[in-house]
Design a protein around this ligand. Structure first.
Ligand code: MLT
Ligand code: ZN
Length: 465
């Protein structure tokens, strides 16, 4: 709980209108897309890095947790205030400060919605490739915190590949700048890369410099339907091995297809067991050639039907279906553990078979979909409220299989709360110790986002050492 004197100080920093303590408002900031929740003690909505800095200095003095938050669309609990404290919401720091067409970059505040930036730059013939499925709601600050990936990562990479520099308030309140407005910069340690993906535990990002690309001239999209998941996964691996890098290569299994079809009241697949959704971009003669080759290849691998999205409306329709899978799954069971495992892309069929065996053994419904092009599959363990312990056991086995195949337990959603217990399986103690040393050096009192990844779910903020 916060002392009245601390609440008074917070009010003096952000203004009475930007401090919330009423239970109704606190609930809104208590959860993310994992269905985990924990009430904060207060919410503040700063408008500048100076305000953020003053809040963190106060937190160090009074020892209360501070939890940065974008739109709360995260899938690992990174913004859930599991130890209470003060949520730092970026809804007022939501301006696109600059689009520099000459240097192909944008400067944004963390609360900008990703899709808004994409639209703004596309109107000028430019392109911001990272494309999380939640692009219409998620914010760039959240994308930076989690190093979000998304649908176009297979060709264009993930958020970290587009962050040229940051303005960051350190947990102790100092403001630093990392990187530069340049493509190259090797001055000192790469603090930009350290902060991107640190899940709001090492600093609070208050400004982001993002690299832009020219908007590709043309886009071609097709969906291919298969009589088995195995054939779809094999086709995905063959496309990548066929020297074509599509800008999206998505896999959707039977369970996900049925869920989204009933969610949208639309027959998309004609009863198929699996779907691949493939998109290429570039000069028109090249994309025509590539999509033709892909069509041939999926047919050879057993596709029973291939549908080209010829108009913009067709494209939007099929992508809307893909982006709706996650919410659609809740109609299958009340609870879902949404994992984001990643394996070398040649091993997708293998991991799907292993997951199928695990599902049978535990008598659980497991639904798979996701970014087959980069080996990143969203494995959703659907279950009833009373089956969490069984689902966790299945998750542990899935992670063990992923690591055996040379993969990673998280491709894009982060560790947060949901995977903290499994991180040692992948990293080992020495690597975890190194990460915790970095955390302690930057945040000696453990103010920033305690209870998360690098702190072994420890909640108490430390007294001065
Ligand atoms: C997606 O690819 O749809 C997102 O990462 C969300 C999810 O995994 O459900
Ligand atoms: Zn995803």
């Amino acid at each position: 709980m916060l002392k009245p004197s601390v609440l008074k100080e917070l009010k003096a920093i952000v203004g009475a209108d930007n401090l919330s303590t009423s239970p109704e408002e606190l609930v809104v900031y208590s959860y993310d897309a994992t269905q985990r929740e924990s009430l904060p003690w207060a919410v503040v909505r700063p408008v500048s890095p100076e305000e953020v800095s003053r809040i963190l200095r106060l937190a160090n003095q009074e020892l209360f947790p501070v939890v940065p938050r974008g739109a709360g669309t995260g899938m690992s609990g990174g913004s859930v205030p599991v130890c209470g404290g003060v949520v730092l919401s970026f809804e007022r720091m939501n301006s696109i400060l600059e689009i520099d067409e000459e240097n192909l970059l944008a400067v944004v505040e963390p609360g900008v919605v990703t899709g808004d930036l994409q639209r703004e730059v596309e109107a000028r013939g430019l392109f911001y490739p990272p494309d999380p499925a939640s692009h219409k709601f998620c914010t760039l600050g959240g994308n930076v915190a989690e190093c979000a990936g998304g649908l176009r990562a297979v060709k264009y990479g993930v958020t970290k590949d587009y962050v040229l520099g940051l303005e960051v308030v350190l947990p102790t309140g100092e403001l630093i700048r990392t990187g530069a407005r340049t493509v190259k910069s090797v001055a000192g340690y790469d603090l930009t890369k350290l902060i991107v993906g640190s899940e709001g535990t090492l600093g609070v990002v208050t400004k982001i410099i993002l690299k832009l690309l020219p908007l590709p001239e043309s886009v071609r999209t097709l969906s291919a339907f298969f009589p088995s998941a195995d054939q779809a996964a094999t086709a995905a691996s063959r496309i990548m091995a066929g020297r074509i890098i599509p800008r999206a290569l998505e896999f959707v299994d039977r369970g996900a297809l049925r869920a989204v079809e009933s969610h949208l009241h639309e027959d998309i697949s004609g009863g198929a067991e699996a779907m691949l959704l493939v998109e290429v971009d570039g000069p028109a003669d090249l994309t025509d050639r590539e999509i033709g080759k892909i069509e041939e290849l999926v047919q050879k691998t057993g596709a029973s039907r291939v549908v080209r999205a010829d108009t913009e409306k067709d494209r939007e329709r099929i992508w809307k279906a893909r982006r709706s899978i996650s919410p659609a799954l809740y109609a299958l069971k009340p609870k879902k553990m949404n994992e984001d495992i990643v394996v070398p892309r040649s091993r997708i069929a293998e991991i799907l078979r292993e997951i199928g065996d695990i599902a049978k053994r535990y008598e659980l419904m497991i639904v798979n979909f996701g970014h087959a092009g980069d080996g990143n599959i969203h494995t959703n363990i659907m279950h009833e409220a009373g089956e969490a312990a069984k689902a966790e056991k299945a998750v542990k086995e899935i992670f063990a299989a992923v690591l055996r195949l040379g993969g990673s337990i998280s491709g894009e959603h982060g560790i947060g709360l949901s995977k903290a217990a499994y991180l040692p399986m992948e990293l080992g103690q020495a690597a975890l110790d190194a990460m915790q040393s970095i955390k302690r050096a930057l945040d000696p009192k453990g103010i920033l986002n305690p209870g998360k990844i690098f702190l072994n779910a420890e909640c108490g903020v430390r007294n001065a050492e």
